[in-house]
Design a binder for this molecule. Structure first.
Ligand SMILES: Nc1ncnc2c1ncn2[C@@H]1O[C@H](COP(=O)(O)OP(=O)(O)OP(=O)(O)O)[C@@H](O)[C@H]1O
Ligand SMILES: [Mg+2]
Length: 361
């Protein structure tokens, strides 16, 4: 896709978002208004969404190590600060030559899709740089990094149960937006949903990142058959792995794995465990609907005062259905949103605690 066209989309998106004070998600389902969490309109940058290499270098002090915030399959991510003072995350695409074509495609897909999507639970793409061979994506900066680091204790903050429920709900809403027809008119499957792609802003609100692997679902068809299995080990939908059939329900499986990470504080794949205990789903699937055994897998870092067993049991039950092998037996992500809202209401202890914490901040 020509970048001029992408730029035009960005401009249109920005002008649209200015009078877009009431994001339109989920209006058709009255039930979802149970919770008063009116999403705030995303702040939009006023200037151009296309950056030069010089701007990228200046923003990151020439990609200094102090500004390095992470590294993924497609390159390094830097914290950047523009002259205006705006703080951003800059993803620098570093691809081996044999992968360059793929990276280029990936890059354009991401720019294309992200620039058309706008939702409080998706990480905003502020702009991009395509200068010579250099490719960068510029995202809104998420102050609290990725969810996995919080669950694994790399970050100091331990998330309590109400925070985890809110993260689960936010991520579900982001996915539901992708799975609904959204701004692009057809459903989008994320394809690489996982806890490092759930980012947290300064208020611990969840936003989904990395749509580079997403594919637009062909119109009128429920599945997209691909010869190439993409995604991340531990989150693969078993049906997708065996048949190559990608469905929206593949994201629901990955979402279920993230729910299990939130519940247990364990990693989707833990290579430090023995060969039979490495996969979180296989490890806990059989006990998710057994309250007694369930207690043993609850994250020991979770403050006991922050949860009710009722909400834990409902959450575990939802997770167990999301990770069913047969994709037709999994709930839709829209159903997950509804259930999570109910679960939040079955955790009044947590609600009180959250209100108290908010007042203290
Ligand atoms: N917008 C952002 N704001 C703050 N931190 C970010 C942002 N985007 C990415 N990061 C950080 O950089 C890390 C690396 O991100 P990246 O997307 O490149 O890799 P990943 O998600 O960990 O793995 P993969 O390449 O398989 O998707 C993330 O885990 C996150 O901690
Ligand atoms: Mg990522």
């Amino acid at each position: 896709m020509p970048f001029g066209l992408v730029s035009a989309w960005n401009k249109r998106r920005r002008s649209k978002s200015q009078d877009h004070t009431d994001p339109w998600i989920y209006k058709h389902v009255e039930f979802w208004q149970l919770e008063d969490q009116t999403p705030q309109p995303t702040k939009r940058r006023q200037g151009s969404a296309v950056f030069t290499l010089k701007e990228m270098e200046e923003a990151t002090c020439s990609f200094s190590d102090e500004n390095l915030i992470g590294k993924g399959g497609f390159g390094r991510v830097y914290k950047g600060t523009f002259q205006s003072g705006e703080v951003v995350a800059i993803k620098k695409m570093e691809l081996p030559p044999f992968k360059e074509a793929e990276g280029e495609r990936e890059f354009r897909v991401e720019v294309d899709i992200l620039s058309r999507l706008d939702h409080p639970n998706l990480v905003s793409l502020i702009g991009y740089c395509a200068d010579g061979k250099h490719r960068f994506l510029v995202y809104e900066y998420m102050y609290n990094g990725n969810l996995q680091d919080h669950l694994n204790g790399i970050r100091e903050t331990k998330m309590d149960w109400p925070q985890r429920l809110r993260v689960a709900l936010g991520a579900a809403k982001g996915l539901a937006y992708l799975h609904s027809s959204s701004n692009v008119g057809i459903p989008i499957v994320h394809r690489d949903f996982k806890s490092t792609n759930v980012l947290l802003n300064a208020n611990f609100e969840a936003k989904i990142s990395d749509f580079g692997l997403a594919k637009l679902m062909p119109e009128g068809k429920e599945t997209y058959v691909t010869a190439r299995v993409l995604g991340t080990f531990g989150y693969f939908d078993p049906e997708y792995t065996s048949t190559g059939k990608l469905t929206l329900q593949s994201d629901v499986y990955a979402f279920g794995v993230v729910l299990l990470e939130l519940l247990t504080g364990r990693q989707a794949i833990d290579l430090n465990q023995g060969p039979y205990d490495q996969n979180l789903v296989l490890q806990v699937r059989h006990i998710l609907n057994d309250r007694k055994k369930l207690r043993k897998v609850i994250d020991p870092e979770l403050p006991r005062s922050s949860y009710t067993m009722e909400s834990i049991a409902m959450f575990a039950n939802l997770a167990s259905r999301c990770v069913r092998t047969d994709s037709s037996e999994r709930p839709s992500i829209a159903e997950c949103v509804k259930e999570l809202q109910i679960i939040i209401y079955t955790n009044p202890k947590g609600l009180r605690l959250a209100m108290h914490t908010l007042r203290m901040v």
